[in-house]
Design a protein around this ligand. Structure first.
Ligand code: ZN
Length: 123
């Protein structure tokens, strides 16, 4: 049983109970800048199924790197939303009306549209 207070998530706050892990935690806010998907297919990349199995066995990568990549794709394929690093981008395209909150405890990301938390969905 906890004696900690409960603070509902809101755009006016930078500390509230995380909608993912439930802990009372500092939340960092982010804007949504857009980077066009730039691969030959022009659609989002997903590695799963037989392709993920091939990646897991690819001798080009050391075992720890393979494990890291497989963990990443398993997380993405499960629908998890989290902060990660990729190549730096330069963009002035902006998703107006959309923001992200990120929990300092679990690093999960909340998606806010129109001032309302839409992911993760409330129970
Ligand atoms: Zn959290």
């Amino acid at each position: 049983m906890t004696t900690e207070e409960t603070i509902e998530p809101a755009m006016s706050r930078n500390r509230f109970n995380c909608p993912t892990c439930g802990r009372l935690a500092d939340q960092a806010w982010f804007n949504a800048y857009l980077s066009r998907i730039n691969n030959p297919e022009g659609v989002p990349l997903r590695i799963q199924g037989a392709d993920l199995q091939r990646l897991a066995e690819n001798p080009q990568f050391p075992p720890d790197v393979r494990e890291q990549k497989v963990d990443y794709w398993n997380k993405v394929n499960s629908g998890a939303l989290f902060i990660d690093r990729w190549a730096p981008i330069q963009s002035d395209l902006f998703a107006a009306g959309m923001e992200f909150s990120a929990c300092h405890e679990c690093m999960a990301v909340g998606v806010w549209i129109g001032g309302k938390l839409i992911h993760p969905a409330a129970d």
